[in-house]
Design a protein around this ligand. Structure first.
Ligand SMILES: [Mn+2]
Length: 286
């Protein structure tokens, strides 16, 4: 049985809601409370020890993530906001530069500091990872020659893009399925179109999944900082994750932007925990 490493990534500095750092712990408590068989899939649990909080908290957490992602084990990262991908993917691509990347998100996450309307780092990870903007000195340790190539990534769920992002996606011909495209296609079509595309470009013998919960519809995942209506159909998404799992090519995944403090009601919290648990189950089986 494939064993996974659970990596809690409590990074919240990429946006303004601190509660996003509780996503991993909240999900883990839910899985424990419900005696989920999923837990048997993990033979290592790793948490960031933030006893020594400093003004450089995020950089320290990036260091931690970067180190912990240097592993032979299959890796399940639970965030935290989406800026954490800068550290996780820099590290993962160092060992496996040809890994195909499936990016589930309502947003493009490819703004750079000069184009971002909010200045929030969680909207920029792909700008750093695709070499659209230089890494600042504070992130020097992440420097790697293995940037994500435009042909290495497929997006699912885009529906809230800034003008500069639209221009970039156009120019670089990045493959994406908007939420509408996605909801109108079958799981078979989504699966084969993305895999063929990656394969044609010599990527995808192994796969990383970067899953922002705001890719889903807010009714299925209410507790997140930047929800956008008309999201990805949940049953289809669970089937697609199962289909991906069957390939045995998925070696790493991150689920980000679950913020338990933004739940309006206990039902919202229960719904978000259940949805996220179902996504993990579809992806790694149980
Ligand atoms: Mn995102």
């Amino acid at each position: 049985m494939t064993q996974w490493k659970w990596l809690d990534a409590p990074i919240h500095e990429g946006q303004t809601h601190k509660g996003v750092c509780l996503g991993g712990q909240t999900l883990l408590e839910h899985l424990r409370d419900t005696h989920s068989p999923l837990l048997s899939k993990f033979n290592e649990f790793k948490f960031y020890d933030d006893a020594n909080k400093t003004s450089e908290a995020m950089v320290n957490k990036f260091h931690f993530l970067h180190d912990e992602c240097q592993t032979e084990k299959n890796l399940m990262i639970i965030g935290g906001d989406h800026s954490l991908s800068i550290a996780s993917l820099s590290s993962i691509l160092k060992n496996d530069p040809k890994r195909g990347i499936l990016w589930f998100d309502a947003h493009g996450d490819v703004n750079h500091p000069d184009s971002s309307p909010t200045g929030h780092l969680h909207g920029m990870p792909l700008a750093y990872l695709m070499n659209r903007t230089p890494l600042e000195e504070r992130f020097d340790f992440l420097k790697s020659n293995h940037f994500i190539q435009p042909q290495q990534i497929v997006y699912f769920g885009l529906r809230d893009l800034d003008p500069d992002e639209v221009a970039f996606l156009d120019e670089s011909s990045v493959k994406f399925f908007s939420a509408d495209d996605y909801n109108n296609k079958s799981v078979d079509q989504l699966f084969s179109e993305s895999f063929l595309y990656l394969k044609d470009n010599s990527f995808g013998e192994s796969i990383h999944i970067s899953f922002d919960v705001d890719s889903l519809d807010p009714k299925d995942f209410p507790c997140t900082g930047t929800p956008v209506n008309q999201g990805l159909n949940l049953p289809k998404t669970l089937s697609l994750l199962e289909r991906l799992s069957q390939t045995e090519k998925v070696k790493s995944a991150e689920f980000v932007e679950f913020n338990p403090e933004l739940c309006q009601t206990p039902e919202d919290l229960a719904q978000s925990n259940t949805t996220l648990g179902s996504c993990l189950k579809a992806l790694i089986g149980a």
